[in-house]
Design a protein around this ligand. Structure first.
Ligand SMILES: Nc1nc2c(c(=O)[nH]1)N[C@H]1C(S)=C(S)[C@@H](COP(=O)(O)OP(=O)(O)OC[C@H]3O[C@@H](n4cnc5c(=O)[nH]c(N)nc54)[C@H](O)[C@@H]3O)O[C@H]1N2
Ligand SMILES: Nc1nc2c(c(=O)[nH]1)N[C@H]1C(S)=C(S)[C@@H](COP(=O)(O)OP(=O)(O)OC[C@H]3O[C@@H](n4cnc5c(=O)[nH]c(N)nc54)[C@H](O)[C@@H]3O)O[C@H]1N2
Ligand SMILES: [Mo]
Length: 785
């Protein structure tokens, strides 16, 4: 095949190596290595044994739910890495900070910054020495309070949240912001599944998945669209693995052949480990859709289903559509069906990058199955038309009544372990009236009603130098956002920045005029307050809420819980203005915070404190699961944009490429555990995964160095590199590289139309070849000159 011609046949094309499978012994070895590198073999093992167990702590990695009856040891390589990373014996002490200026630290890699270990002391930036110096908690809170009281407008404060925060800390944080007088709550979710939260309700009235974990055991087909579970939600592999053993077809849509979706060996299954090559085939069909081609692909599938139903109706055969469901529950089928019938296969093929035969094969699986689950991740949400694509997935499900019945339904896979819970308890820049009205009542004040900034709006405001203060409750905001090179310089103009974190990262190397870095307890650690050992609560991707109780000795005696830090800032800022709120009492006993959450969200959290005692916790209500549609017309809606295929999603021309920025196996977002990406057989991070066809067209060989040059047509020069070229099995015109090393290439203005979720999966780029010497110079390996 021509695809192979641009690189040496001696080297197999990355992404096509069929020998070997994901998971297996490699995964077990990786865990031991990570535990020993973080010097936590004993401490880490103890922690792993209580993870996801009743009375233990919730895994700090992804948001995949726990089984109701936990296996003896639900094994997850990446969960183990996350625990090792948090439970490390390494420490980033005041001595470390005395020895390194922020200007120096700003040049370090993401890995090296976090690998210094856990933060140990509250720190304040000292401009004279350009270093962080220790400060007492009391002084830190007092100064932050003084600064915040001095802003000329409450809306000049931005409160960022990353999704590892507990329900309790997130709830106090939003309360603090609203008491202060604004709704600027940029949230990691705004870069992630905001697309889902915004577009799904238009279709079926809820912004969350409708499934339970048990539904996986009843499905008879599973579709996986733009999601890489082997790395990003590894415990999902157990469900897929079981499904394969039951003969359930798994149909994958992904430009890259992700190894764990091709073959997977469950480290729990002895029979898998013993097989030569290991493992079982996971995807029965693997469709390498073009980046952004899912709209056409999904409508292609719908077209097949609708036309098959037309045929059945004509011939008197049993109908293909679930006519009774559609009549009772849906609106808009006729217009949608007309639209699909009118689409030409030539266009669908060109825009999806798939053949008509491939789309027909996938549709056959869909039509044969009585119960279908559709999962999606960032490959769907991080696009300019992400919400529209997702609504086509819902349309496909609605056609055969695959919403609100056992074993079937939409299954967005959330990212951070508590990103869904943070939103539920009020981290939302556009809060709804019933929530605010009850918040007012519960705390006897008047919350602001006007909507606030999301992540993109916060960045735009920063570019205009409007905000005066920024607080980050976890995360690595200035590294995770688009256009980092444009936004980061504006941090210097802020009057106050506060970062609440477990480990040092790049965002902490930026400073405003007054800057604090405040270290907090991690989820693995024992949290003791006035009333004793505390439990926090989290909500997983399937709306199960449960408790999490840390057990390890805290990394430093100076650490405070996130809850204590948020309350400390709130009390120092607002104590005099709202003397009736007893912040100390709330910190002393987190059950009192849960009582307040229950008062504000009574339908969802009735009997909160009692119900978290149940093994596995409790499930939040989900109307669509009961086939109740909380939409303006009270129905489930078939929605589609006027023309599927608009210019944003058109196939790139000869000069341009669409770049998707993705995660390696050894990273958790901006946390880089190591440079290894085992499932893709890659050992470094600055790589460009290019198709052999594009390599030939652009005259580059494997091992050459290139720069990616941004092509957003807004006049702003964007460039990142040098990236080493790797030949990869990816459709022509599409390429991949790792996030966050590529974030300077992402134009802030490229985002999902409804939700502003940055379009991180289709950055418009060109490539520029570098000489070996230029590349070495740029990498700092030889002196410039
Ligand atoms: N170990 C680990 N676990 C994690 C994370 C982590 O970084 N590391 N991050 C957490 C977070 S916050 C999140 S949001 C999730 C992210 O989990 P995922 O959603 O799996 O994240 P990504 O790696 O960004 O990429 C998703 C997949 O989309 C594919 N893709 C890209 N563009 C397209 C497209 O146009 N169409 C289709 N069909 N596919 C496309 C890519 O090839 C890739 O396989 O994981 C969470 N869990
Ligand atoms: N180009 C591109 N950009 C992207 C994405 C992409 O796919 N491509 N994905 C986007 C997505 S899906 C997301 S969710 C965002 C992620 O954006 P963020 O959530 O902001 O980033 P993280 O890398 O998860 O944050 C890591 C930091 O969190 C802190 N931390 C860890 N545990 C705790 C804790 O328990 N408490 C506190 N207070 N701090 C803690 C540590 O200091 C660590 O350095 O990035 C987005 N950006
Ligand atoms: Mo995410």
């Amino acid at each position: 095949m021509t695809k192979q011609s641009a690189h040496s046949p001696a080297q197999p094309l990355h992404g096509t190596q069929e020998h070997g499978s994901a998971g297996g012994w490699g995964a077990l070895n990786a865990v031991t290595q990570h535990l020993s590198r973080q010097k936590v073999l004993m401490r880490g093992n103890k922690a792993l044994l209580t993870m996801n167990k009743p009375g233990g702590f919730d895994c700090p990695s992804c948001a995949w739910p726990d089984p109701k009856t936990p296996h003896t040891f639900e094994y997850c390589e990446n969960g183990a890495k996350a625990v090792a990373w948090e439970a490390t014996r390494k420490r980033t002490t005041p001595e470390f900070f005395a020895a390194h200026t922020l200007s120096e630290l700003r040049t370090w890699t993401d890995h090296d910054l976090e690998d210094q270990g856990r933060l140990t002391h509250p720190l304040r930036y000292d401009a004279a020495s350009d270093t962080y110096r220790p400060v007492s908690w009391a002084d830190a809170f007092a100064e932050i309070g003084t600064e915040l009281r001095a802003l000329d407008d409450p809306w000049k404060l931005e409160l960022y949240t990353s999704g590892r925060s507990s329900n309790e800390s997130a709830f106090l944080y939003q309360l603090f912001g609203r008491l202060y007088g604004m709704n600027n709550f940029p949230d990691c979710s705004n870069m992630c599944h905001e697309t889902t939260t915004t577009a799904m309700p238009e279709s079926i009235g809820v912004g969350k998945g409708t499934l339970d974990l048990e539904d996986f055991a009843q499905a008879d087909a599973i579709f996986i669209i733009g999601q890489n579970p082997g790395t990003n939600s590894p415990r999902m592999m157990s469900e897929l693995h079981d499904a394969v053993h039951r003969g359930v077809p798994i149909v994958t849509f992904n430009p890259l052949r992700e190894k764990a979706l091709v073959r997977f060996a469950s480290p729990q299954a002895v029979r898998d480990m013993a097989l030569p090559g290991g493992g079982v085939a996971i995807s029965s069909q693997y469709h390498q859709v073009r980046i952004g081609g899912d709209m056409a692909a999904m409508q292609g599938l719908c077209k097949v289903v609708i036309e098959a139903d037309d045929e059945a109706r004509r011939s008197g055969a049993p109908r293909i559509l679930d006519v009774a469901f559609i009549e009772q529950h849906c609106v808009g089928l006729e217009a949608f069906a007309e639209h699909c019938r009118g689409l030409s296969w030539e266009r669908l093929e060109r825009y999806s990058g798939l053949t008509q035969a491939a789309m027909r094969d996938a549709a056959q699986v869909y039509m044969k199955a009585e119960r279908v689950i559709a999962c999606w991740g960032m490959g769907v949400t991080q696009h300019r038309r992400g919400g529209d694509v997702l609504q086509q997935i819902i349309n496909l499900l609605l056609l055969r009544g695959n919403v609100g019945k056992p074993g079937a339904g939409p299954c967005p896979i959330r990212g951070h372990s508590n990103v869904q819970g943070d939103r539920t308890v009020g981290i939302y820049q556009k809060p709804k009236e019933p929530f605010l009205a009850r918040l007012d009542q519960a705390f006897d004040f008047q919350a602001p009603r006007e909507g606030g900034d999301d992540v993109v709006e916060c960045c735009e405001a920063l570019l205009r130098d409007e905000p005066q203060a920024f607080i980050g409750l976890g995360g690595n905001f200035f590294r995770a956002i688009p256009d980092i090179d444009r936004v980061a310089p504006h941090v210097a103009n802020l009057r106050l920045t506060v970062q609440i974190a477990t480990k040092l990262n790049w965002s902490h190397t930026l400073h405003g005029r007054s800057t604090f870095l405040l270290p907090c307890l991690g989820r693995t650690e024992r949290d003791v307050q006035a009333s004793g050992v505390q439990t926090i609560t989290v909500e997983d991707s399937m709306s199960m809420v449960h408790g999490s109780t840390g057990s390890l000795e805290p990394a430093s005696p100076e650490l405070l819980s996130e809850i204590a830090i948020v309350a400390g800032i709130a009390k120092a800022t607002l104590g005099e203005r709202y003397p009736h709120i007893d912040w100390d009492a709330l910190v002393g006993n987190y059950a009192l915070i849960r009582d307040k959450i229950e008062a504000v969200l009574p339908e969802q959290f009735a009997d909160y404190n009692a119900r978290i005692e149940q093994p596995g916790g409790f499930r939040l209500p989900n109307a669509a699961r009961e086939r109740k549609w909380d939409t303006p017309n009270g129905k489930a809606n078939f929605l589609f944009p006027g023309d599927v295929l608009d210019e944003d999603d058109s196939p790139p021309d000869a000069e341009h490429l669409q770049l998707m920025t993705i995660r390696s196996h050894d990273q958790f977002n901006t946390t880089i555990y190591s440079n290894r990406d085992r499932y893709r057989d890659i050992d470094e991070r600055m790589v460009a995964m290019l198709s052999p066809e594009d390599m030939r067209r652009h005259e580059v060989q494997e091992g050459d160095f290139i720069d990616f040059v941004g092509d957003a047509l807004d006049g702003y020069p964007r460039r990142a590199g040098p990236f080493k070229v790797i030949a990869f099995d990816v459709p022509a015109g599409c390429c991949a590289a790792y996030y966050p090393e590529t974030n300077s290439l992402a134009p802030l203005a490229n985002h999902d139309t409804r939700s502003h979720t940055p379009a991180s999966k289709s950055l418009p780029v060109r490539i520029e070849r570098l000489s070996q010497e230029q590349a070495m110079q740029r990498r700092g390996l030889i002196a410039a000159g």
